[in-house]
Design a binder for this molecule. Structure first.
Ligand SMILES: Nc1ncnc2c1ncn2[C@@H]1O[C@H](COP(=O)(O)OP(=O)(O)OP(=O)(O)O)[C@@H](O)[C@H]1O
Ligand SMILES: [Mg+2]
Length: 286
């Protein structure tokens, strides 16, 4: 069978791949693979049938590569594609487990900063957080939602100097919730802060439990750290998802730490990485 990848469509040119993914689509075609288009805007509007309407019927099992989807959007997309004869190779449960921190955190315990979380709806008041942060050690912490941080608003909506200062914590969490607006994913996550070496993260791409590509994180595309994967690989296999990424940073004491896990279908591939280095490793269904 051929490698089939469903890319997001260019909102301005409905027959073209979104320019952000054009390089990748070209790599799939060069690899004798097949591509089709998904309308991400339609998916966000809740019109899943419109989102998949240009996918040919009975195209067969496929990977998605595109913008991030909420777990609900991914589930809707997977259902519509299954009915169309093009099931996604990552099950919605596996997508959510890799995409949202509560899904992968415990599997990576000891390898990732200790974290707590609580579900929260967009715009909801976080309330009293004292019980939530009790398991965390005192000192600095990082706040995010189940998927994304407001790292560019670090002091006001991401970093707290002391997690046991509940007034300040609540202000930072409220600001993060306000800035995420309707896109708040799942709820609030609070993580113990760890000091990294500042050299940039390494994004490792895993397929069926094997590291197939070690590249830079999109925030530091020019640097290429060389992480030790010995401790991470068993956790990746335990998570049991077919296609994921792990972002690794070197802690100042020399330990490689997992900053984040992500679903490989929606992790950004930096423009400095040759897409062929990834797509050559994506399994083709038999
Ligand atoms: N526990 C932590 N200790 C120290 N620094 C952290 C911690 N968590 C996050 N950071 C810093 O904040 C940045 C953003 O965090 P994280 O990667 O979790 O959020 P994000 O918004 O999902 O980012 P992206 O998807 O772009 O990688 C990290 O790259 C790291 O530099
Ligand atoms: Mg990150």
């Amino acid at each position: 069978m051929t490698l089939t990848v469903l890319f997001c469509v260019d909102p301005l040119h409905p027959r073209r791949v979104d320019p952000h993914f054009a390089r990748e689509a070209a790599a799939v075609r060069d690899h004798y693979g097949e591509i089709a288009l998904i309308d991400h805007d339609a998916l966000q509007r809740g019109d899943v049938e419109h989102a998949v309407r240009s996918v040919p019927r009975d195209l067969g099992p496929a990977w998605y590569r595109g913008w991030m989807l909420t777990s609900a959007e991914y589930t809707a997309l997977a259902g519509a594609l299954r009915r169309r004869g093009s099931p996604l190779l990552t099950h919605p449960d596996d997508y959510q487990r890799a995409h949202e921190l509560p899904g992968w955190h415990d599997t990576f315990a000891g390898l990732t900063p200790n974290s707590v979380w609580r579900p929260l709806s967009p715009g909801e008041d976080p309330g009293d957080l004292s019980d939530l942060v009790r398991p965390l050690r005192g000192g600095p912490a990082v706040v995010k939602d189940y998927v994304k941080s407001r790292k560019h608003e670090w002091d006001e909506a991401c970093y707290v100097p002391d997690v046991k200062n509940l007034t300040r914590l609540r202000a930072v969490v409220s600001k993060m919730v306000a800035l995420q607006g309707e896109f708040l994913a799942g709820g609030v996550v609070i993580r113990e802060f760890e000091r990294f070496d500042g050299a940039g993260e390494s994004r490792v791409w895993w397929v069926d439990g094997e590291a197939v590509l070690v590249g830079p994180h999109p925030d530091s595309p020019g640097t290429l750290p060389d992480p030790d994967l010995a401790a991470v690989a068993p956790a990746v296999r335990a998570l049991g998802c077919r296609f994921i990424t792990t972002d690794l940073a070197l802690r100042s004491d020399g330990e490689w730490r997992v900053v984040e896990v992500g679903d490989g279908q929606v992790s950004d591939l930096p423009s400095t990485t040759d897409p062929m280095d990834l797509y050559a490793h994506l399994p083709v269904p038999d």
